[in-house]
Structure formats: C-alpha cells, structure tokens
Design a protein around this ligand. Structure first.
Ligand SMILES: [Ca+2]
Length: 320
C-alpha cells in the first residue's frame, strides 16, 4: 500500500468539524498526525476541549492536540463566534463530560512548523476554521511555506454570496488578514469555498439512514446534528445540511473528487466587504500594476462530485 498522506487538521469543533475529524480517522488514505485548534464556531479554549473529547470518543488519544491562537493575527479580540449554528458547546448542546486528556505544550503554530520541517513536503494541513494559526506559522518561520506539502482550506465564496453576509464566508470573515497572508504566501494552497460545499448536502433521508446504523461515529453524529439541521432549515429553507468540513477533508483524501482553477486570490480586510475573496484568473494583463500583480497563484475548487462525497461520508461514518 502506498504511504498514507500525513494530515494535520486545524479545527474549531463544531458539528461539521466533528464529522470531518471522524471521517479523516476512518479514511485509510490518510494518517492524522495532529489536531490544532482555533476560534470560530466556539472560542479556542472550547475548541481544544472539543478536539480532545472527539479523539477520546474515537479512541485515538494517541493523536496530539495543539492549542491555537485566542486572538486574530492583528491581535483582535472581538471574535465572531458561530455558536448559534453549532450550539453553545459547539457540539449540539449535548453537555458532554470534560475530556480527560490535555493539549500538548506547543502552540498550534509551533506544532505546524515542527511537523512540516520533520516531514518536508509530506504534511497536508486541512484548515477548517479561520486561518490565524496557519498565518502565524507562515510569519514566524520563513521555511514553513516550502516545508508544508499542501494547505487544503475551507474558505471563501467564489462568485457566490457569503454565509456571514453577502460578501463574506465565515472562516475568512473570522480573520481576513490571516487569510490574505495564507493566500499570498506562495504555499501550495487549495481553497474549497462555499460555492462548492453548498453542493454537498446531507439530506434528512441520509440522516435517518445514519441514525439506523450501529456505527459508533454515525450514532454520535446523529446525537449532535439537531441544532445544525434547525439552523439550516431556518437560514436556507433546505431539508438537509451543508457538509463544509467533510468536503474539505475529502478533497485532501481524494483530490480527484474536485476540479479547480488557478489564479491569485486577495482578501478584502476592511469596509463593508471585509472578508470578500477575490479571484484573478490572470486572463487579462492589466495596464496598471494591481494588488493582484506578481503574486503567487493558488488553486480554487470549482466542481465537486457531490454524490460520491456524500456516499463516502455515509459509508465511513456507518462502518465504524
Ligand atoms: Ca470548522
């Protein structure tokens, strides 16, 4: 068997984060070598607690958890926390007992830097929350960009409306300055935006199937899904939920499930369009130097094999 792809999941669990983490642990194509935590769906302290809890549920306390930043890259402390989407505990208001384990002493950024240096070109960072930790790693170690294999991130709304407001997607909105650093860093970045993840829907019928399965991950996920379903029903009138984070994990597990285009992405950091991701396809050579000129390109996902993705999520959560 080919060597498994090493991945570190940067996460703010989060209901779809929980699904994504379990999915990664159930995917023989990848080896999860660590979790790093960030604010977003919940504050960072709770994200760490939830990450430890999820690994205990999975029986994978061998995987280290490194705690990430409590503030944005510009030291902002007014964070946008999406607990109204995921429950005040981030996991569907289930009031799980506190985890027994503890995070490691290293910070998330230091852990990312260390692992990328230890396995140059081999570590894929799957970023499922605001990009603060990744930007900190880029800023504090000039060799991180070259050492890291790929950064597959959930972020952006490319040619569609955002989900925080018409301009901005939640993870980018959480720390737009960090996102702009990551997109322009020169690292191998693959962005999965909500233009793609909104095509990957777990329907009410899928959920019933999950509930009937005896798989331990399927059972756990069905317990925490209520809040997430009600939010989607109220906000989008959909009979199902978007699988943002699982889609992003699967793009790392099997890149053939998506297609992408390449270009330069900049992030608006101020004003009413703060958090907007703007993709330049490089087709026109502008007469003037622009804020997109001479910057490294990134990959932006455009299509997805949604039915295969949902099938994989179902299979892997049920057979656990
Ligand atoms: Ca997330």
């Amino acid at each position: 068997m080919a060597e498994r792809k090493k991945i570190i999941i940067d996460t703010d669990p989060g209901i779809d984060d929980a699904m994504a983490i379990f999915l990664a642990l159930q995917s023989p194509e990848v080896e999860v070598i660590g979790l790093t935590t960030i604010f977003g769906n919940v504050y960072t302290t709770l994200a760490t607690r939830n990450a430890l809890h999820l690994l205990e549920i999975a029986g994978r306390t061998d995987i280290p958890v490194a705690e990430g930043s409590h503030v944005t890259i510009t030291k902002g402390t007014k964070l946008r926390i999406a607990d109204f989407v995921h429950g005040t505990d981030g996991l569907g208001n289930q009031n799980f007992p506190p985890p027994k384990g503890k995070q490691i002493d290293q910070s998330a950024a230091d852990f990312l830097i260390q692992q990328a240096a230890l396995y140059p070109g081999e570590v894929t960072v799957v970023a499922l929350g605001p990009l603060t930790n990744i930007a900190l790693a880029i800023q504090s170690d000039p060799s991180f960009v070259k050492n890291v294999g790929q950064i597959v991130l959930l972020g952006g709304a490319f040619s569609v409306n955002g989900n925080v407001n018409p301009a901005s997607e939640a993870n980018i909105f959480g720390d737009p300055d960090a996102a702009d650093i990551v997109f322009t860093s020169g690292a191998d970045v693959l962005a999965i935006g909500i233009n793609v993840t909104h095509q990957v829907v777990l329907t009410d019928a899928d959920r019933e199937k999950l509930a009937k399965s005896s798989g331990k991950f399927a059972q756990y996920i069905c317990k925490i899904l209520d809040v997430y379903y009600s939010y989607h029903h109220d906000a989008y009138s959909t009979k199902g939920v978007y699988l943002h984070d699982p889609t992003t994990v699967l793009a790392a597990v099997d890149p053939s499930l998506i297609t992408y285009v390449e270009g330069v992405v900049r992030v608006q950091t101020v004003g009413i369009t703060r958090g907007l991701t703007l993709f330049y396809n490089k087709q026109k050579r502008f007469a003037e130097v622009t804020e997109w000129s001479d910057l490294p390109t990134v990959k932006v996902a455009v299509t997805v094999d949604a039915s295969r993705m949902v099938e994989l999520v179902m299979e892997r959560l049920m057979h656990s």
